[in-house]
Design a protein around this ligand. Sequence first.
Ligand code: IPE
Ligand code: IPE
Ligand code: MG
Length: 244
Amino acid sequence: MSLALTPKGGSERVLPRHVAIIMDGNGRWAKKRLLPRLAGHRMGVEMARKVVEHARDIGLECLTLYAFSSENWRRPADEVSDLMGLLRHFIIKDLDEMIANGIRLAVIGDWRALQGDLVAMIEDAIARSSTNTAMTLAIALNYGAQQELVGAVRALAARAQTGALDPATIDLAMIEGALFTAALPQLDLLIRTSGEQRLSNFLLWQAAYAELVFTDTLWPDFGAAELDSALAAFNARERRFGGR
Ligand code: IPE
Ligand code: IPE
Ligand code: MG
């Protein structure tokens, strides 16, 4: 992991290279309005679209959005089905426009286990956007950080078993290379909405030195201005990476 030190003090604005967001609070947003949870998820997708646009406009290199966790399968079947429906709708309706606006799509997690038509549409969008350079949008789908680490361990162990890899040579870079995020920049800032202060199995390895920002705002109420305040908070932090 290359731990580039960011300048501190003064008025210099440093944009994090990679921001990740745990988009939480759709259900509570709906409940407050006596609406079904689906209405909250719909507004959540709308907010994701706006935040992606704003992140691209300000020149962020990479934005990762936690859309569906490995543990979200524990929800009632009708909610899971609503979420998959919204994902399908997002891919069909919003993703093309994002790709036309220069966004490169990446997906992290065990997304190949999703329904076949979703997998095919995602593969197609990844391929079509692979040469785009405006911003990388990484969507975490069926993602769990512990499962990601299990996968990495298995991949390295399989190579060791064939004799292709000497276990004594396994280092940080090799493990990072075996994670879903191998091709993404180092995570600088992790934001969670809705007042919960936990990581919920998101980017556990990658968050080693990320700055954390928690906000009480529910995800459908987030908005461009709130992303800007999180970026300002990031700017005010002194990152030391264990140094002095
Ligand atoms: C986040 O909102 C969306 C997903 C997890 C898919 P929630 O559905 O978790 O909303 P709350 O936490 O119940 O308010
Ligand atoms: C985390 O939110 C997952 C996503 C935002 C996709 P959850 O609502 O699933 O997390 P917990 O259950 O409150 O920890
Ligand atoms: Mg939640």
